[in-house]
Design a protein around this ligand. Structure first.
Ligand SMILES: *Cc1c(COP(=O)(O)O)cnc(C)c1O
Length: 388
């Protein structure tokens, strides 16, 4: 059967990304570093990067050098930062492409010194310090040595340290004491760097949550990812600045069938109809990033819902690789009807945040993992109802 909708797809509204960038830039009052790593959290890196720039983001950031190089291949020429490197990372290629790589430790600075040996001009780099996340970045015990090496590289003409930055562990919990502690530690790191003669013009600490909730953490720039895509970086906190979700996920209803009370649905019969009802088949599964947790046994109303024929309806039965079932409660929408898995709240459809709560995860994971065999389509401006 051919569906008037075509196959399942991810619709990304670039106007929303642009508007969100503009809002974040205005809220922050300092340059915006738009974080487009991991294919822009599943929204499409190159397209979202362009929209973010159009919305006023002065900088882009990726995790890996490879992602940053791909942005350059796609024609981006603006300030660009990245921070995940492993031994053997293409530092020279990054520097040649004008990408500012963040060094984590002395060993990486030593590797950069070797990589930059043939350069005519010093490379622009940044330094990452660990202020309490205990993930990437130089820990406090190494700061002294790290800054000494960084300054020596400047004096040797290998690089210029353009930025120093760190990352918060608990920005989505504004009252968590780690926020004050990390911000104080970051100021200590900046002071120490200054005593070693480092004069970076870009000091940055805030992610999306801190950009909105913690003005003192904005420094010279803010790094926003999730909020750029219109999702709430700190659910339950006062983060509403008018962001709009950019992603809508839709699929055609592939089949509708009647069930009698007692009929079991999908693998393991983990859901058994307790009454006569109708169920619909949605042709996407965990291969598309639909978490199996979206329809746990006994989830009841807490299961993820999808919008079909004007109503939000629960997923039922085990999510399989290629498909999932939805309880239509006796309704019989025609096959090919639109199923909106999630989108923007103004459309009355479930949101990525609703899905995150149903699945016991965060909205970041829902949007970043969505994909598989679904195609992605870009629109510029949204038509209400999720049918853009
Ligand atoms: C992913 C990431 C960000 C963006 O975080 P959001 O919470 O999505 O705004 C900022 N900084 C670093 C270092 C990151 O890894």
């Amino acid at each position: 059967m051919t569906s008037p909708l075509g196959p399942a797809e991810i619709v990304v509204d670039l106007a929303a990304v642009r508007a969100n960038a503009r809002l974040l830039r205005e809220t922050a009052g300092v340059p915006l570093i738009a974080v487009v790593k991991a294919d822009a959290y599943g929204h499409g890196m190159v397209e979202c990067a362009r929209a973010a720039r159009e919305g006023g983001a002065e900088w882009l950031a990726t995790a890996t050098v490879e992602e940053a190089l791909r942005l350059r291949e796609a024609g981006d020429e603006g300030p660009l930062l990245c921070w995940i490197t492993a031994p053997g990372a293409p530092h020279a290629a990054a520097a040649d492409a004008g990408i500012q790589v963040s060094a984590y430790d002395v060993a990486e600075l030593d590797a950069m010194a070797v990589a930059f040996v043939d350069r005519a001009e010093p490379a622009d780099i940044q330094l990452k310090v660990d202020t309490g996340l205990s993930r990437g970045g130089a820990p406090r015990s190494m700061w002294d040595e790290f800054f000494v090496r960084a300054r020596a590289g400047e004096l040797e003409g290998r690089w210029r340290v353009r930025g120093i930055w760190s990352h918060l562990a608990c920005a989505d919990e504004p009252d968590h004491p780690a926020n004050d502690a990390q911000e104080a530690a970051f100021r200590d790191a900046l002071d120490l760097a200054a005593t070693h003669g480092l004069r970076p013009d870009l000091r940055h600490l805030a992610n999306s949550a801190a950009t909105i909730l913690r003005p003192s953490a904005r420094f010279d720039a803010v790094r926003c990812g999730i909020a750029l895509y219109g999702l709430d970086p700190a659910p339950g906190e006062a983060t509403d600045i008018g962001l709009v979700p950019a992603m809508t996920v839709r699929a055609p209803l592939a089949m509708v069938k009647m069930l009698a009370a007692g009929d079991g649905v999908s693998y393991g019969h983990r859901w058994v109809a307790d009454r006569a009802t109708t169920v619909g088949l949605v042709p996407v599964g965990y291969a598309e990033g639909i978490p199996r947790a979206a329809s746990r046994p006994g989830a009841g109303d807490a299961a993820a819902h999808v919008m079909v024929a004007g109503k939000q309806r629960p997923l039922r039965g085990t999510v399989s690789m290629d498909q999932v079932m939805v309880d239509l409660g006796g309704d019989e929408p025609s096959t090919g009807s639109e199923v909106v898995l999630f989108g923007r709240p103004a459309d009355g459809v479930p949101t990525a945040q609703d899905w995150a709560e149903a699945c016991g995860t965060i909205n970041y994971e829902i949007v970043t993992r969505i994909g598989g065999r679904m195609s992605r389509r870009y629109v510029d401006g949204h038509v209400a109802g999720g049918t853009a």
